[in-house]
Design a protein around this ligand. Sequence first.
Ligand SMILES: Nc1nc2c(c(=O)[nH]1)N[C@H]1C(S)=C(S)[C@@H](COP(=O)(O)O)O[C@H]1N2
Ligand SMILES: [Mo]
Length: 215
Amino acid sequence: MPDWKKLIAGKIAIAKKGNTAGKVGENERVPAGQTRVTNFPVLDLGVKPEIPLDQWQLKVYGLVEKELLLSWSDFQALNHITDISDFHCVTRWSQLDMDWQGVRVRDVLDLAAPLDTAKFVTMHGYDGYTTNLPLDALLDDDVLIAHSVLGKPLAREHGGPVRMIVPKRYAWKGAKWLKAIELHEHDKRGFWEVRGYHNEAFPFQEQRFSEDDDI
Ligand SMILES: Nc1nc2c(c(=O)[nH]1)N[C@H]1C(S)=C(S)[C@@H](COP(=O)(O)O)O[C@H]1N2
Ligand SMILES: [Mo]
């Protein structure tokens, strides 16, 4: 069992270290308060689930016309693309030019046909992690369900077989070991969002913590 309390407190302490909102970043692609890295650090809750491909499933449910349950071969049969984007972690590192390969979340959502009432999404990981976003945020071209990066299949510690990538937000908004996408009418905060992380999480606005956070 990981020492969750310590782990969570440690991450919050790093992210809280003097916000630099308003200052200019290292260059126009590195947001203020971030340092560029090239070693792709690993961040999780101390649990790295192993999901054999023959048992892997991706569910899309909630406010949809057609609930989806994709097998690995169903997923492989979708349209795969490569998108290069930058990755910004709230614990103050950014890695540029990540060449993610995978399927656009928008294409998967289209198959499920979201109802008009669907406005918010919860992404669930196989480790029990959750994170939330407005449905609109997932419709951009660069939002992927990714299976490969840096020329290789996504390593288990980085969320393989597949993870979500939402490049315009801090990296915690992308669930590793993606298991399900749930659509709701009302917003529902995820794992870090209920612990004081910002609900929107735009790195160029340094939206690390909610203003009303009292942790
Ligand atoms: N399922 C799951 N997804 C997750 C996390 C997690 O603990 N579990 N951590 C998030 C956080 S806080 C970050 S910064 C990124 C880190 O991704 P990386 O380990 O590939 O660098 O994954 C995000 N997605
Ligand atoms: Mo993070």
